[in-house]
Structures are given as structure tokens and as C-alpha cells.
Design a protein around this ligand. Structure first.
Ligand code: IMP
Length: 187
């Protein structure tokens, strides 16, 4: 595994998924989604802020008509542990009734955020709701939410980069990694 230096004293970043791996998988997901939604229009619903980079790359591999909407949800605050409490920080501005909604999420960890979101969306009577998540961390799953498309299944690690943050930082990295003590062997 490649190690990258970061601006945290005594720490370094181990690259879990490289830019090339991420982009290749997103192209596959986009092709699959385009095939599954042939003849339909999709409302791509981005969950802020973590899915921004993923959604930006994914939508360019989707060949059916798309509308992009955003919704803000907050579950962690500045912590790396889910509080289990979800808050809507930014709501949809348009109705999704009769629309085919595809939720674009960065990571499903406990599943609590997604369970809340799906219940919230289904109450608005869309024609369908599916979920694409770049990452899934099954080891910490607390509720089953049924993901339709998953980029990568990962181990129980707190990961950052490519949209994922640690206290709002590191979202702009092109790769996904996890922070370790600089003394930790990297293989
Ligand atoms: P869940 O409710 O536990 O499934 O958590 C969902 C949200 O927690 C995600 O949308 C992320 O914003 C955040 N999250 C979960 N795991 C990680 C991680 O490893 N790194 C960064 N954010 C995470």
C-alpha cells in the first residue's frame, strides 16, 4: 500500500483506493446505471457534502437524461463515530413525486443515515428510489438498507479523501486513504 505524507504531525496516509481504481469503477457503475435506466430520466440526488466528487464523475458516465438535486444530511458532526441522529441541513427544492430517484452517497457505514433518508424520500412518493454508494463498510452495519450499486466494499477503517472528510478536511484528495501513525508498517 502506498503511503502519502499529510499535514498531521506524526501521521501519514495509506492509500486504500487510487485515483485510477476509483475512476475505473465509476465508469463501470455509470455504464450499469445507464443500462438499467434505459428510456427513463433519473433524478440524481447528491447527499452533501461527501458525494460531490463521486457524483460529478459518475454523472459524466451516465448516458440517460439526468436532473441533479442535492440534499444535506448531517450525522457525525466533528466525530468519527456515528451519533445515530440524522438532521436535514438542506432540503430538496423540487418535488420528486413520480420521478426515478437515484441517491448518490459517498459511504454507507452503520446505515442509519441512509435508512433515515430513504424513509424521508419514500414519503414524497417517487416512482422509484435506488441507491448508489461509492463505498460500503459492512463490518459496522447496524441496519439493512439495500444498496443497489456499490463501488467498493471496504474494511472497518475511517477513510478520507475523494469527498470524504475528517472534520471537513481532505475532501479534495484524488484518492481514498486512511490515517495511521507514521511509525506503522505500510504493508
Ligand atoms: P452512517 O449513517 O453510519 O452509514 O454514516 C453515513 C455518513 O457518515 C456518510 O455519508 C459519511 O458522511 C460519514 N462517514 C461514515 N464513515 C466514514 C468514513 O470512514 N470517513 C468519512 N466519513 C464517513
Amino acid at each position: 500500500m502506498t503511503a502519502q505524507t499529510i499535514d498531521l504531525p506524526g501521521k501519514e496516509m495509506l492509500v486504500l483506493l487510487s485515483e485510477e481504481q476509483i475512476q475505473a469503477r465509476i465508469a463501470e457503475l455509470g455504464a450499469q446505471i445507464s443500462q438499467d435506466y434505459a428510456g427513463k430520466e433519473i433524478v440524481l440526488l447528491l447527499v452533501l457534502k461527501g458525494s460531490i466528487l463521486f457524483a460529478a464523475d459518475l454523472c459524466r458516465h451516465i448516458t440517460v437524461p439526468c436532473i441533479i438535486e442535492v440534499m444535506g444530511l448531517s450525522s457525525y458532526g466533528a466525530s468519527t463515530e456515528s451519533s445515530g441522529e440524522v438532521a436535514v441541513t438542506l432540503d430538496l427544492t423540487k418535488p420528486i413525486q413520480e420521478k426515478h430517484v437515484l441517491v448518490v452517497e459517498d459511504i454507507v457505514d452503520t446505515g442509519l443515515t441512509m435508512r433515515y433518508l430513504l424513509k424521508n424520500l419514500r414519503a414524497r412518493e417517487p416512482a422509484s428510489v435506488r441507491v448508489v454508494s461509492l463505498l460500503e463498510k459492512p463490518a459496522r452495519k447496524r441496519v439493512e438498507v439495500g444498496l443497489d450499486y456499490v463501488g467498493f466494499v471496504i474494511d472497518d477503517l475511517f477513510v478520507i479523501g475523494y469527498g470524504l472528510d475528517l472534520d471537513q478536511r481532505y475532501r479534495n484528495l484524488r484518492y481514498i486513504g486512511h490515517v495511521v501513525d507514521a511509525s506503522t508498517p505500510s504493508c
